[in-house]
Ligand binder design. Structure first.
Ligand code: ADP
Length: 360
């Protein structure tokens, strides 16, 4: 086992580091001496130390640079999305509130019969607000948010994915309550045993499932959210661990209208009549939330282009020189911004939802 004392056997306060006397927390990490650590890595580790100035047990055998990567790149201190920013999806919001936010806020009540699942799957077409929901959950539950794209584990971190996963769950457990959001989770937990499945990607998958098992039913306040637009690729083991599975569909007509309104109002550019808004909503059937955002962006260029055409120089242009956005601007933008999801894709999601989804 580990000795609880540092190499010098003396107490070292966790945060102050102006003298560099932080030997006892870093000395045993992956066999590196404190000399090998630069300032930023050292600072990162210090924040994770307990009140005794010691790095928590499960972080000690991890490489400092991986811990640093998790703390700086994967951990998001301020996800900054609120429920009100998300259009529609009332049903999903209600379910999520009861299934995951309340349990994270009141672990004392949500135990025994009420003990929550620790895995949530959000599936549906791309650009529909799955990531937004993940961030909003973290915000509402006052939890630390960790975002990782599973495909980066297999592409960018070749051969090291397994270690990074361990660092990710390790840091999350020191930062509870925590929400770990794994985008494109299908690429990590896919059922396809293709020729391409190397030993290393199998190990990565196993490590991931082990970590998930680790906090299942335990006392840890960690929620794992997987997002995918290919739910049919998930195997049985993955489905078993992601106990709640919510379909996040394309935005309804009302939700599309809300997105237009919300984005333009922020910039003081909203002056569309109800009729015009209805027309735009009819013309945008099948557009995702992210398509809608791109459409609004493009339409809002209309007034700017027109002012410049009238001879105003860009350097002299004032906000008042620009008219509000019109239906015509949207009609022009519709030529440029096409829907990114095809209708026959939707059938697949609905089928999978019927078979495996938590709620229809
Ligand atoms: P996903 O994770 O489902 O692929 P995101 O949550 O990353 O999609 O959404 C991408 C962007 O599209 C968001 O930043 C937001 O601007 C817009 N968007 C998507 N869905 C919604 C929604 N339901 N309400 C408001 N904006 C949305």
């Amino acid at each position: 086992g580990f000795s609880r004392r540092g190499i010098r056997g003396n107490f070292v306060p966790p945060i102050r580091s102006n003298g560099g006397n932080t030997g006892n927390m870093t000395s045993r990490i992956a066999g590196k001496g404190e000399e090998a650590l630069d300032d930023s890595t050292r600072r990162c580790l210090e924040i994770l130390c307990g009140p005794d100035g010691e790095l928590p047990e499960r972080l000690r055998n991890l490489e400092p640079r991986l811990i640093e990567h998790v703390s700086n790149e994967i951990m998001d201190r301020d996800p900054n999305v609120r429920w009100e920013d998300i259009a529609g999806l009332e049903h999903a919001k209600n379910c999520v509130t009861e299934m995951v936010i309340w349990p994270l806020l009141r672990p004392d009540i949500f135990k025994g019969c009420r003990s929550p699942g620790r895995g949530l799957l959000l599936f549906g077409p791309p650009g529909t607000g799955k990531t937004m929901i993940g961030k909003a959950i973290a915000g509402e539950a006052k939890a630390t948010f960790f975002y990782i794209s599973a495909s980066s584990l297999t592409s960018k971190w070749i051969g090291e994915g397994e270690k990074l996963v361990r660092a990710l769950f390790g840091v999350a457990s020191c930062r509870q309550p925590a929400v770990i959001f794994v985008d494109e989770i299908d690429s990590l937990l896919s059922q396809r045993k293709s020729e391409g499945e190397h030993e290393s990607s199998r190990r990565l998958k196993t490590q991931f499932l082990i970590e998930m098992e680790g906090f299942d039913g335990g006392t840890e306040q960690i929620l794992l959210i997987g997002a995918t637009n290919r739910p049919q690729e998930l195997d049985e083991a993955a489905r078993r661990r992601l106990t709640k599975r919510l379909y996040i569909p394309l935005p309804s007509s009302e939700a599309r209208s809300w997105i237009i309104h919300n984005l333009l109002k922020k910039d003081g550019l909203f002056k569309l009549s109800e009729e015009d808004t209805d027309t735009i909503c009819k013309l945008t059937k099948g557009y995702s939330g992210s398509d809608m955002k791109n459409l609004v962006k493009d339409a809002s260029m209309g007034p700017l282009r027109e002012a410049l055409r009238q001879g105003i120089e860009i350097s002299k242009l004032k906000k008042e020189d620009m008219r509000p956005v019109t239906l015509q601007d949207f009609e022009n933008a519709l030529q440029e911004v096409r829907p990114s999801v095809s209708l026959n894709e939707l059938g697949t999601y609905e089928e999978w939802n019927k078979q495996f989804g938590s709620l229809s």
